[in-house]
Write a new protein. Structure first.
Ligand code: NAP
Length: 249
């Protein structure tokens, strides 16, 4: 499929996990891709190499999305190389789990700053470009816990719920300029983020999933590619749960 031929995509947190799968899928569908990462330069370079070996076009750009100045530089570097941005995937995210009464200010702030404010900084500056282009698709990586809540994740669930509200607000503001905004809410996906969880937690999660398996990064990438493409031309302000029947939210 070449649904994204000629488009330029900026994917945050694309060095591994879901973001890497999204970058590879968007490139496979024809997009040029800006592969953002925080610290793992080798992993980001490997994603770029894979895209280039398949005949695609990509660059890796280091930027901490929680820093507004760095987010601005990321957009400038993307424009310097590819001149436009058609697809923004706000995927970068971290967890700092802990129970409410024990959560430090630092664990609260770092998750909000990366998972929510980072998406705001990039949506603000890329949204402006997309409004001028009169086209664009913004996809925010939420989570089912932003809908259902989760014990031990007040910071993370608040950030993800915030992303959902932000997505719907962006969709309302920018629809008239041809820009769509949607969120994908993954369930339990096998990545480094979830690999540290104890086997008992993993088994309980699988038991709660109607389809009886964890999701893969490719499961999420397929939904992102759809939302980025013209196949989703009449879809904006939506939250698509990709969770194998975990929440029915
Ligand atoms: P992951 O494997 O831990 O990868 C996180 C990615 O984000 C890495 O590329 C990392 O870059 C990047 N990153 C972290 N902090 C950053 C920052 N401040 N600035 C720029 N990039 C940053 O995570 P994942 O499981 O793929 O999750 C990706 C997204 O999906 C997150 O938003 C997560 O909340 C969401 N999600 C995941 C699941 C799940 O079950 N895995 C479920 C629901 C939602 P480096 O490699 O350079 O560190």
């Amino acid at each position: 499929m070449n649904r994204l031929e000629g488009r330029v995509a900026l994917v945050t947190g694309a060095s591994r996990g879901i973001g890497a799968a999204v970058a590879l899928r968007l490139a496979a569908e024809g997009a040029s891709v800006v592969v953002n990462y925080a610290g793992r330069a080798d992993a980001a370079a490997a994603v770029v190499d894979t895209i280039e070996e398949a005949g695609g076009s990509a660059i890796a750009v280091q930027a901490d999305v929680s820093d507004p100045a760095a987010a601005g530089t990321l957009v400038q570097e993307a424009l310097a190389r590819f001149e436009r941005i058609d697809i923004l995937v706000n995927n970068a995210g971290i967890t700092r789990d802990g129970l409410l009464v024990r959560m430090s200010d630092e664990d609260w702030r770092s998750v909000i700053d990366t998972n929510l404010s980072g998406a705001f900084y990039l949506s603000r500056s890329v949204g402006k470009l997309m409004m001028k282009q009169r086209s664009g698709s913004i996809i925010n990586m939420a989570s089912v816990v932003g809908i259902t809540g989760n014990a031990g994740q007040v910071n993370y669930a608040a950030a993800k719920a915030g992303l959902i509200g932000m997505t719907k607000s962006i969709a309302r503001e920018l629809a008239g300029r041809g820009v769509r905004a949607n969120a994908v809410a993954p369930g339990f996906i096998a990545t480094e983020m979830t690999s540290a969880l104890p086997d008992t937690v993993r088994a309980a999660a699988v038991a709660s999933i109607a389809m009886g398996r964890l999701g893969t990064p490719d499961d999420i990438a397929a939904a992102v590619a759809f939302l980025a493409s013209e196949d989703a031309a009449y879809i904006t302000g939506q939250v698509i749960a990709v969770d194998g029947g975990m929440t029915f939210a």
